[in-house]
Design a protein around this ligand. Structure first.
Ligand SMILES: Cc1cccc2c(=O)nc(N)[nH]c12
Length: 376
């Protein structure tokens, strides 16, 4: 994997770059649609590529390991082959999902034992196994096995947690560097900075992660319920330490405003379930603010979702029709709302990139931040 920089914003830490993987190039800043179990819910791979030009999607070790399982994925020749997606894929390592999904789990030095949220079966994820699983899935970018420090947590817990995440990272690097890709194309491992909302712990973790000298770096343990100001403060501290010449990935972030503010702090890559999950509940993100399409006010508004959009669905779907579909829990409602939100997120980061290259990002970002939170 390679990373090159095309432009830096003169008034912020925003930058425009290009990540080059075995499955193609990704212009940054970029948003990565979440495709947890091998599908971006309600959107077909053709739409992802041709209607919204998604450059990279996420998969998830925890879910894919449980279903369809490693045997099927290996027989298919890896996740790209299995789902019919020939662009880049990034997989999270499973630690976070065990923490957020599995009821019964135990965190020990060796790893995390948990019971499947599907059938209650018992499993053990170790740093080594998380690497082996991601080799079998075959994502271009894979994540270290970390402990996402819960929020809130006391300083002592956070300090112990980063020490274990750092020990697990060394085990991930040892295993990853001593194994080969299974399907003939290169994979890269990103380590993850933790430290909760404690500045000194974030500095310590960022310095350790940077010292591992991997091809890219991620920031975890944010977007877990902390106030936005805390998220921005920690991101700023960490971005000032992570090397400029490597891509920076802020995990699980966020709202459109969060994304613009974190681009200004030097983040290149984002993922979040918000555009897909909230779409299914009728929450639409637009360039003028947020629409709750279930609101009665849209009942007889026959104007298109977004007349300025280049997304076909935005032009041919009225607000009234989408309200009817979502209200009636029709599958088409989830499909159109999800496609709209993902198209908007990808439009937003593409606009950000163009403004960075034109040297106009800072003013544009401040104007957008004032608009994007509006309730329409
Ligand atoms: C997906 C996600 C969101 C938010 C935080 C995290 C994190 O800290 N670690 C991992 N592995 N994943 C995360």
């Amino acid at each position: 994997m390679k990373f090159s920089l095309q432009a830096n914003d003169p008034l912020s830490k925003a930058r425009a770059g290009t990540v080059t993987t075995a499955h193609g190039e990704i212009q940054t800043p970029i948003f990565m649609p979440v495709g947890t179990a091998g599908t971006v819910k309600a959107v077909h791979q053709r739409e992802l590529k041709e209607d919204i030009d998604a450059k990279i999607i996420l998969g998830n070790t925890y879910h894919l390991y449980l279903r369809p399982g490693l045997d099927i994925l290996e027989k298919a020749g890896g996740l790209h082959q299995f789902i019919g997606w020939d662009r880049p894929i990034l997989t999270d390592s499973g630690g976070y999902q065990v923490y957020s999904l599995s009821k019964v789990r135990k965190i020990k030095e060796e790893g995390v034992t948990f019971h499947s949220h599907i059938d209650g079966s018992k499993h053990l994820f170790t740093p080594e196994y998380a690497m082996d699983i991601q080799r079998t899935i075959g994502a271009d970018i894979i994540m270290a096995f970390d402990e996402c420090t819960p929020y809130p947590c006391d300083y002592t817990y956070a300090a112990q947690s980063i020490k274990m995440t750092h020990r697990w990272l060394k085990r991930c690097c040892t295993r990853f560097d001593s194994t080969e890709p299974k399907y003939g194309f290169d994979q890269t491992l990103f380590p993850i900075v933790q430290g909760s909302v404690y500045k000194d712990l974030r500095i310590k973790s960022a310095e350790f992660i940077a010292s591992m000298n991997r091809e890219g770096n991620a920031i975890g343990g944010l977007s877990v319920g902390e106030p936005a100001e805390e998220m921005y403060a920690m991101t700023e501290v960490v971005c000032n330490i992570l090397p400029e010449e490597k891509p920076r990935y802020l995990m699980g972030v966020g709202t459109p405003i969060n994304i613009l503010e974190n681009i200004a702090l030097g983040i290149d890559m984002f993922d979040c379930v918000m555009p897909t999950r909230n779409a299914r509940n009728g929450m639409l993100f637009t360039r003028n603010g947020i629409i709750n399409i279930r609101n009665k006010k849209w009942e007889n508004d026959f104007s298109p979702l977004d007349a300025e959009s280049d997304l076909h669905a935005d032009l041919v779907t009225s607000k009234a029709y989408l309200r009817h579909l979502v209200h009636s829990k029709e599958m088409l409602g989830a499909q159109i709302a999800t496609l709209h939100n993902l198209h908007f997120y990808l439009w937003l980061v593409k606009q950000a990139r163009e403004k960075i290259i034109a040297g106009e990002f800072y003013e544009w970002k401040n104007k957008m931040v004032r608009i994007l939170g509006n309730k329409l």
